[in-house]
Structure formats: C-alpha cells, structure tokens
Design a protein around this ligand. Structure first.
Ligand code: PEP
Length: 254
C-alpha cells in the first residue's frame, strides 16, 4: 500500500496558549483529508496542551537530548516527550545546527535516543547557499545522511515500521521565501533515496523523504507532486489553519 503524504508543521519558537485555536482548526482540516498524515511540532510547553486538543493530527517535538535523563539544564529527553504524548521528534534542524553547533554525530545520538524512547524521528539535512554555489550540495547532504541517521538492526526495524523520515531542507530556502527549483529537489531526493536504499535495504521504502523550505499553498502542489517527494516540513506557513490548510489540501489526492 502506498504511504500517505506527510505534512509536518514546525512552529519553531512561535506560539502561545492562544494559538491552540489554530491547532484545533488545523486538526479539523486534517480530519477532512484522511489520505494525508498531518502533524504539528510546537514548542515544548505546548506539546501536552496541544495533544489534548487534537485528534486527527500527530504531535511532535522540535528537538530532544541524546541522554535519557540527567544534569542537562534546559534540555528535554525523548522519553519525556513520549511520556507527554509526542509521537515523533525533529532532530538536526539547520536552525539547531546553526544556533547550537549541532554536529552530525550529535544529531545521530539524538535520533537514536528518540528511537529508543519509541518516538518517530525526522532527521533534517540540507546544504547552505555557499555549498550549493560551490557545487557541493549533493556531497554535503550525502555526508549528513551518512553521519546523522541511525544505523544497525534497531534502526532498520524502526525504518520498516515507518518511524524514520528525512527532511531535505536547503538552508537558504528556510524562512526566506526562496523555494528550491523542483528539478533540484527531485535530483536531491533521488540522491538521498539512493543512500537510504544502500543503508536500509528493503526497509528504505518505508522512509519518507520530505522537502522543506518556504513551502506555501501556492507552491505546494508542484513540490508535492514531484517524484520522490513524500511530503513537506513547513515552518512559517504552518502557524495558521488559513496558510497550512491549502498545503494539506495540495497533498491530498481527493
Ligand atoms: C522549517 O522550519 O523547517 C521550514 C522549512 O521553515 P519555512 O517553511 O518557514 O521555510
């Protein structure tokens, strides 16, 4: 059976309890498009509140610590995310790689911790503009795939269960309004898919590869219908049902 397209909203460091009204509205849209897997990743303090407000969408975190518990002030463990009702966690977002100096090895450790806690994981990869202009985009992303994705038997099992996803997010396209060319997205998704096939074998077919970077209701149809694109990771346009709804609708066959 074909996998449903996946649309994930990343609220980043935006939101308040007042925005739960948007989450409820997004939940109502998602309930109308059951052939699309929709989820939201709000800031940590909103996860449990949002979980209680929605029924048609998944809920996730934007990061987790690699350790299960301990002296890491300000951090949140994957186990706690699972405990408060999160379904998945995003790791390795370029804003975390940039703001917190996260390395591929650190992202890998977080992804492994998330799988151990029973969460789904979205591992983000993507090149900077300098790297693309230097002709290094594919090599950079392939290295991130090699270095950031969990491996081994447990990772293959998680992949086979559909608990592992990759988000290709060119750094220069995030929050800039500048979208990658569809042809470039297709080429990068094919390169990522080849790496996943080599690493996960048959289980790779269950790994969804999302595109992220200035996706809106206007460009979603073209991006989501491109070969190899299994869905979208959406930042700014996920903050309201008015903006997010058309992206969900564009992902739907019906
Ligand atoms: C993101 O936050 O992952 C993202 C892609 O943001 P935006 O859609 O705003 O570019």
């Amino acid at each position: 059976m074909a996998q449903r397209p996946t649309i994930v909203g990343n609220w980043k460091m935006n939101g308040s309890r007042a925005m739960l009204v948007e989450a409820r509205a997004i939940d109502r849209v998602a309930a109308r498009y059951k052939d699309v897997a929709v989820s939201l990743a709000p800031p940590f303090p909103l996860i449990a509140l949002l979980r209680d407000e929605v029924s048609a969408i998944g809920v996730g975190g934007q990061d987790c610590h690699a350790a299960a518990k301990g002296p890491h002030t300000g951090d949140v463990s994957a186990a706690l995310l699972a405990d408060i009702g999160a379904d998945f966690v995003i790791v390795g977002h370029s804003e975390r790689r940039r703001d917190h100096g996260e390395t591929d090895a650190g992202v890998l450790a977080k992804a492994q911790a998330a799988l151990t806690a029973g969460l789904g994981v979205i591992v983000c990869v993507g090149e900077t503009l300098d790297q693309r202009d230097a002709g290094q985009a594919t090599a950079v992303v392939e290295a991130q795939i090699e270095g950031s994705l969990p491996q081994g038997e447990a990772a293959c099992e998680a992949a086979a269960l559909g608990r592992l996803a990759v988000a290709y997010e060119p750094v220069w396209a995030i929050g800039t309004g500048r979208v990658a060319e569809v042809g470039d997205v297709v080429a990068m998704h094919a390169a990522i898919r080849a790496r996943l096939d080599a690493r996960f074998g048959d289980a790779a077919a269950r790994i969804t590869v999302l595109y992220g970077g200035s996706v809106t209701g206007d460009n979603a149809a073209a991006l989501l219908s491109a070969p190899g694109v299994g869905g979208a990771l959406v930042g700014g346009a996920s903050l309201t049902a008015e903006a997010f709804g058309p992206i969900i609708a564009a992902a739907s066959a019906g």
